[in-house]
Design a protein around this ligand. Structure first.
Ligand code: HEM
Ligand SMILES: *[C@@H]1O[C@H](CO)[C@@H](O)[C@H](O)[C@H]1NC(C)=O
Ligand SMILES: *[C@@H]1O[C@H](CO)[C@@H](O)[C@H](O)[C@H]1NC(C)=O
Length: 463
């Protein structure tokens, strides 16, 4: 009797267990889709070597050809999934953005500041984004067009008759414009001090992250501390003045923002980083493409001369409305952003196991939207290697043209970037001529795509 009960109990527990495991086995087979195609390469080293051994675009393009628009690989020790269809990119950056958080190497985070906007999701990110957008929306930047124009005119004068490294000089221009948009007209007071520290900081950006005395990284971290001190000093001066300030600094230090000094500093340094080399690299590519396409240069020059002539009677400063009339020049900027695709891709990380187009993306894997491949796909842009601004006379289809990304982390500075480029091109094309010095077929990545040697040119006033 007792034995029978025991046996029955045991049997039922056993069958329950078997049934449960069977169920688990069956459903897990259903629930877990396969990983995307592709190879993970050798453990750890993975395919990093292949990625860096040739032009990265050749690497990506050959993978897309072999495996399609979604494939797995391993770079820098991390398994990752690369995606290159507009649909998939929309999912990762827009509709399911909450499942894919931004991710950066820890050393880069330390250098730019852990509290900077790029590294966050959720409430803190939403709050920061509102503050940053407020400082760079058209209504806010309209008021600084003529100040940016002064910076452009001064810069161009200083290059007249010189052989210049275009990228280096454009970095000075975009740095000065960034400071103006952050601090307002007071920026000149801090310009040299901030520039000195920032230029040391950036030297360490691509260095080995070893924080020992004597290393580039160490010097860079010291410069970062000094930058934070200068910003704290400016903060205390401005708090005593008690009136409202505009520019990004004013937006971040407002009482309603409720940010700590450290949060403010991390975001100022972060925005300078996001704004400067990107915009300088785009201007460098434009100057190269204009030199290579005389008929496009001619058309841009005519458009800009017409705007200049129109202003004869009135006060001769550029306005926001003028920049909106520069339609052809704007298409040259768009086509440059497409062909050069200075940010070839961006990084996200799956915050949980995600099922994606029939594949599994495991939690913790990186996901890389490949902007360059999308911009160079003949399905979206015919003859993709050809520089042809007129293709933008028709608006591109959604998620096929993403130089500024899309969704919750898309670029809040895009209007500002386009405006400062237009202002510089207005004076460059109406007053100067230039020629590219030396062979110019190479591309370097540092980390943005850039013409070889920063594009040395000789610039002079038109007679
Ligand atoms: C032509 C020049 C520029 C290009 C091509 C560019 C491109 C981009 C892209 C693609 C992203 C999104 C990255 C991602 O989703 O992972 C981004 C983010 C960002 N950009 Fe730009 N950018 C440019 C200029 C600027 C300027 C002038 C500013 C500041 C005034 C700026 C500030 C930012 C910030 C703060 C973010 C992070 C936004 C967030 O995480 O919510 N950028 N940029
Ligand atoms: C753009 O190109 C991609 C990749 O070739 C393709 O999957 C997609 O359907 C194209 N999109 C449009 C809107 O033509
Ligand atoms: C961003 O995604 C939305 C939703 O898919 C789309 O409507 C929009 O056109 C996209 N933006 C760009 C620049 O493609």
């Amino acid at each position: 009797m007792e034995f029978t009960t025991m046996f029955c109990l045991f049997a039922s527990i056993l069958s329950l267990f078997i049934f449960h495991s069977l169920l688990k086995f069956l459903t897990s087979g259903q629930q877990k889709p396969p990983l995307p195609p592709g190879s993970l390469g050798w453990p750890y080293i993975g395919e990093t070597f292949q990625l860096y051994s040739q032009n990265p675009n050749v690497f990506f393009a050959s993978k897309v050809k072999k495996f399609g628009s979604i494939f797995k690989t391993r770079i820098l020790g991390c398994p990752c999934v690369m995606i290159s269809s507009p649909e998939a990119v929309k999912h990762v950056l827009v509709s399911r953005a909450h499942l894919f958080k931004p991710t950066f190497p820890a050393s880069k985070e330390r250098m730019l500041g852990k509290q900077a906007i790029f590294f966050h999701q959720g409430e803190y990110h939403t709050k920061l984004r509102k503050l940053v957008l407020r400082a760079f929306m058209p209504e806010a930047i309209k008021t600084i067009v003529s100040d940016i124009e002064s910076i452009a005119i001064t810069s161009l004068k200083s290059w007249d008759g010189q052989l210049i490294n275009t990228f280096l000089e454009m970095k000075t221009y975009t740095f000065n414009v960034a400071l103006l948009s952050i601090f307002g007209k007071d920026e000149v007071l801090y310009r040299e001090e901030l520039k000195r520290c920032y230029y040391i900081l950036e030297k360490g950006y691509n260095s080995m992250p070893i924080n020992l005395p004597g290393t580039l990284f160490h010097r860079s971290m010291k410069a970062r501390k000094e930058l934070a001190q200068i910003l704290a000093k400016i903060l205390s001066i401005r708090r005593q003045m008690k009136h409202d300030h505009n520019g990004l600094f004013g937006s971040l230090m407002g009482d309603k923002a409720g940010l700590t000094d450290e949060q403010i500093a991390d975001n100022i340094i972060g925005v300078i980083f996001a704004a400067r080399d990107t915009t300088a690299s785009v201007i460098t590519w434009i100057i190269k493409y204009l030199a290579e396409n005389p008929s496009v240069l001619q058309a841009v020059t005519e458009e800009q001369e017409a705007i200049m002539k129109e202003k004869c009677g009135e006060e001769k400063v550029l306005t926001w409305a003028d920049t909106k009339k520069m339609l052809l020049t704007s298409r040259v900027i768009q086509e440059t952003l497409r062909v050069a695709s200075i940010l070839s891709f961006t990084f996200r990380e799956a915050v949980e196991d995600v099922e994606f187009e029939g594949y599994l993306i495991p939690k913790g894997w990186k996901v890389l939207p490949l902007f360059r491949n999308i911009h160079h796909s003949p399905d979206n842009f015919s003859e993709p290697e050809k520089f042809d601004p007129s293709r933008f006379e028709v608006a591109p289809k959604p998620n096929t043209f993403l130089p500024f990304g899309n969704g919750t982390h898309s670029c809040p500075g895009n209007e500002m970037a386009k405006m400062e480029i237009l202002v510089l091109l207005h004076h460059l094309t109406t007053k100067y001529r230039w020629s590219v010095m030396g062979p110019q077929n190479g591309i370097q990545y540092d980390p943005f795509a850039l013409p070889q040697n920063g594009l040395p040119i000789r610039l002079s006033l038109k007679s």
